[in-house]
Design a protein around this ligand. Structure first.
Ligand SMILES: Cc1cc2nc3c(=O)[nH]c(=O)nc-3n(C[C@H](O)[C@H](O)[C@H](O)COP(=O)(O)O)c2cc1C
Ligand SMILES: CC(C)CC(=O)C(=O)O
Length: 351
């Protein structure tokens, strides 16, 4: 078994068709933001405390009233059947085994009901939604997620137009291969592949208000980077935000998420949970994000690498690596639990 997420990626790269690997690994345009998400973590240094004696560490976290055993969620990524024939079913099993929250992509290649079945009662599923230009489609998706037992709606707000991923253009990778579909849209918006998911350039706070009036599920906004938008989010009654630049796949040269996090956390001031995704590859990254104001983080690509390498066991291994590394980093920072991870534990590296 690989010893790190980096090793998982290397193995997955060997196993996946080159165009699928590029689709997953790649980012928009010059991939500046893709690289920055990871390298910005590398520019931060931990400043550990000692002699505080945490014999064991508690990694549990409660988010929107749901308990998870670790502060690492599965970020929504589309098309898991590109990585493994059973796709999202296996991801759900691994999430349930780890006690992690899984955010299911609206573009999953297994239907949300089947994912919920595979994960079982104990799995907390959140459903990721792209508001569709046709409100009837949006509403039908919300109802479907509610019926399947999803416990929160994660509304992605950074895909008002599709980012230009040049690797996909070079590879001619524009649609799902024969036999794979966005199963959540089946019966709602026809039967084709990725093209079924439409962007909504006119997306605005009115859509968020309308969604709040449509569902009792807590709403989490994903893809927000600016502190003023975070303040707006609190004002519009959302239950949480995920600081995200879509893993560098949308607006290239957008700030790294870990650099954007402190101002968002300060603006939100504890009123709702702030999560982060983008470039989290080590437990030390998790601890840095917690120190800078995140309640938890989410990982996207690492889950797909795990799935490609060893199915559910691979995803479990990825999550357990992150759990072990986070536990070790907490211990070495003198923290017994997530609340003890404070701002003073992180500094920018000297140039
Ligand atoms: C292959 C792939 C598919 C993705 N699909 C979605 C999606 O359907 N919905 C969404 O909100 N974000 C999607 N994302 C973005 C992720 O949710 C997340 O923001 C990003 O992957 C985090 O960065 P990381 O991969 O460095 O962990 C996708 C990312 C990847 C790599
Ligand atoms: C279906 C796509 C829009 C999925 C996505 O968000 C991505 O590839 O980044």
């Amino acid at each position: 078994m690989p010893l790190s997420i980096r090793e998982f990626e290397a193995l997955a790269r060997d196993r996946l068709p080159a165009d699928v690997y590029d689709f997953v690994a790649g980012g928009a345009e010059d991939e500046v933001t893709l690289r920055a998400n990871e390298s910005a973590f590398g520019r931060l240094r931990l400043l550990p405390r000692v002699l505080r004696g945490p014999a064991t560490r508690e990694l549990g976290v409660s988010l929107l009233g749901m308990d998870a055993t670790m502060p690492v969620l599965i970020a929504p990524t589309a098309f898991h059947r590109l990585a493994h024939p059973e796709g999202e079913k296996l991801t759900a099993r691994a999430a349930a085994a780890a006690g992690a929250i899984m955010i299911v992509s609206m573009g999953s290649t297994v239907a949300i009901e089947d994912i919920a079945d595979a994960g079982g009662q104990s799995l907390a599923l959140w459903f990721q939604l792209y508001v569709q230009p046709d409100w009837a489609v949006t509403e039908a998706l919300v109802r479907r997620a509610e019926r399947a037992g999803c416990r929160a709606l994660v509304v992605t707000v950074d895909l008002t137009v599709f980012g230009r991923r040049e690797r996909d253009h070079r590879n001619g990778f524009h649609d799902l291969p024969e036999g794979l579909h966005c199963e959540n849209l089946r019966g709602i918006a026809g039967e084709r592949g990725v093209r079924q998911i439409e962007s909504t350039p006119e997306l605005s706070w009115e859509h968020i208000d309308r969604l709040r009036a449509t569902t009792a599920l807590p709403i989490v906004l994903k893809g927000l980077m600016h502190p003023l938008d975070a303040v707006m989010a609190v004002g519009h009654g959302v239950s949480g935000v995920i600081v995200s630049n879509h893993g560098g796949r949308q607006l290239d040269t957008a700030m790294a998420t870990i650099d954007a996090l402190p101002d968002v956390a300060e603006a939100v001031n504890g009123r709702i949970p702030v999560l982060l995704d983008g470039g989290v590859r080590r437990g030390t990254d998790v601890v840095k994000a917690l120190a800078l104001g995140a309640s938890a983080v989410a990982v996207g690509r690492p889950v797909i690498w795990g799935l490609a390498v060893a199915g559910a066991a691979g995803v479990t291994q990825v999550l357990e690596l992150l759990r072990d590394e986070t536990d070790r980093a907490l211990g070495l920072c003198g923290c017994a639990c997530l609340h003890e991870v404070t701002r003073d534990l992180v500094q920018a590296a000297p140039c």
